[in-house]
Design a protein around this ligand. Structure first.
Ligand code: ZN
Length: 306
């Protein structure tokens, strides 16, 4: 039992997956802060990522960092350091563009540019992808009954064609995705071949199905409730996939004038989050996707053939 001194409850023996979207505080939506403005804004990613790494290391947690290519190109030493500490570095695309707004060839160009920036920095191959704002699921709210408009199949095929092993972009909730999509890791068949899909943790709070392992909900939903949801998934043999951003560890983030939906998602619940996160990390055993897959814990039916 790897219980930490002073912890009230023992650390769960089940492995779960921790992911980090490695991006700047201003990487929200290209309509809110367009890429042409990014180089003029103060960079906080080095400082906030170091703070995050220190918290992860204090609790023995390792993660998959989905690095934005734009960040990788400007901070290669940061990526090298992350990889050197035993974390996995995958990619979050280059310019944080909505997948649904790109043509298939624009998507391929953005993916390859990002992968090259990441691999040049780390010297290790990129195996995984996460779309900006879960947008591989289509235009948010653009489908039936408030669901997203549907998986961008052309982009999914590009991931397979370019040798990406897994995707972590399809949210099984209304608006950002579709609640009819599986909440467990699963194999997606595409015209180009299969790929492993790792959906983010979802849970129900006050009757609403939320992404509970990321963003506002991860910062605000009590750890007790999160740990109960994670234990329920683990009892079914599934890992929970949690998701952090370095800017969530910024004690004094620069303020932008944002539309309300972004204001809550971006600034709600930041106060006290480092302590809440540390408590959660002390009760879970968190590993990168790469390490989880290497353990062979997923059902063979979910895994694409190697
Ligand atoms: Zn992002």
């Amino acid at each position: 039992m790897n219980e930490r001194a002073g912890a009230v409850t023992p650390r769960s023996p089940h492995l779960n997956i921790l992911t980090v979207d490695l991006e700047e505080w201003f990487h929200l939506d290209e309509d809110v802060v367009p890429p042409g403005e990014w180089d003029r804004l103060p960079s906080r990613v080095e400082e906030t990522t170091r703070r995050l790494l220190a918290i992860l290391e204090a609790h023995g947690a390792r993660a998959t960092f989905f690095a934005l290519g734009w960040v990788a190109a400007r901070h290669p030493a940061l990526l090298k350091m992350i990889a050197g500490r035993g974390h996995e570095v995958a990619t979050h695309g280059y310019l944080h563009r909505s997948v649904a707004a790109m043509s298939t060839e624009e998507f391929r160009a953005d993916l390859l540019r990002a992968r090259q920036a990441v691999e040049t920095a780390t010297g290790e191959p990129v195996e995984g992808y996460r779309a900006a704002r879960w947008s591989l699921g289509g235009v948010p709210g653009g489908g039936r009954r408030g669901r997203a408009s549907g998986v961008v199949t052309g982009a999914l095929e590009v991931l397979v064609q370019e040798g990406i092993r897994y995707d972590a972009s399809l949210a099984p909730i209304v608006y950002l995705g579709d609640p009819s999509w599986p909440a467990a890791p699963h194999r997606l068949e595409t015209a180009a071949g299969p790929i492993l899909e790792l959906p983010p943790l979802v849970g129900r709070f006050l009757g609403v199905r939320l992404l509970s392992g990321s963003g506002w909900a991860l910062r605000r939903v009590p750890n007790r409730a999160l740990l109960r949801q994670i234990a329920r998934r683990n009892a079914r043999g599934w890992p929970a996939v949690l998701d952090l951003h370095p800017w969530e560890l910024d004690p004094d983030p620069p303020r932008l004038r944002l539309p309300f939906k972004y204001r809550m998602a971006h600034y709600g619940g930041l106060r006290g989050f480092p302590a809440k996160l540390a408590d959660l990390l002390s009760r879970l055993s968190l590993v990168p996707v790469r390490d989880y897959l290497a353990k062979g814990l997923l059902a063979a039916s979910a895994m694409p053939p190697a």
